[in-house]
Design a protein around this ligand. Sequence first.
Ligand SMILES: [Zn+2]
Ligand SMILES: [Zn+2]
Length: 299
Amino acid sequence: MNRRIFIGAGASAALTAQTGSEWGGPVIDIHLHPRRGGGESTAHVDGMGAARAVLLTNLRDAERAKAEVAAHPARFAWFAAADPSMPGNFDALQKALDSGAKGIGEMKSHTEADAKDMRRVYDMCAERKVPVLIHFQETSKFTGEEGWNTGFAKFDKVLKAHKKTTFIGHANFFWASISTDVARESEYPSGPVKKGGLTDRWLADYPNLWGDLSANSGNNALSRDKAFARGFLARHQNKLLFGSDCSCRDGHGTGSGALLPSLKNKCVGRETLALLKELTTPDVFRKITWTNATRSLQL
Ligand SMILES: [Zn+2]
Ligand SMILES: [Zn+2]
């Protein structure tokens, strides 16, 4: 492609992203990590055909996220995260909210989801009226990747004890738990879903639990059993949020490190948007990709 054509294609992609026409309306990605090196977060949002994104930011990258929000206030908001067991981090998270963070997340540390330090963060989120997004993962085939916010099977205790906290669940074990036959080793289970899984039940039973459909895990939950997914998306249409958690550079799969064979070299976000389009009505698609986040959660 010569340079002139390439520039033309880029400009038209940016225009499409602003008008939201590629997906029939504007899309917000509630799960993007700020990229190293300026401009790349924008490249992913534009390339995927989205209008906005929430930058989930470890506190060590806070300055980068703030700079992106300052440069594009209409396109980005940011959440702050840190290991709450480390000295000073609780106060640092409060300060991040003071300086404009719209939520806490993603929380991802080697701790029990109902550890004392975590519960202190949940209380703070209730007080400040901001959501907390949590990565639930019990095991992994990669050393050091196992055991993030463990103990999901008894997370209903937390949901009951922190009724005023808005929890957004995400990752391997959260999404494997749409099925009752989830094993602790489950990461990306395939095949038919057995109805009555904890995630499905708790989304129905607890108004303070929401679901983030990002990453390999969210995509897998929709693709493994499409008949189940249609019903699931319809049932929880007011509490599900589209996110990408994609590491590709351009919203088209370049440099994608996606793990699932079906997502290899693809943009996880773009593939999940296509699945949502296939499995929902236009009204439900709009809720999950825009209004639930922008209106209900006021992001
Ligand atoms: Zn995660
Ligand atoms: Zn991508």
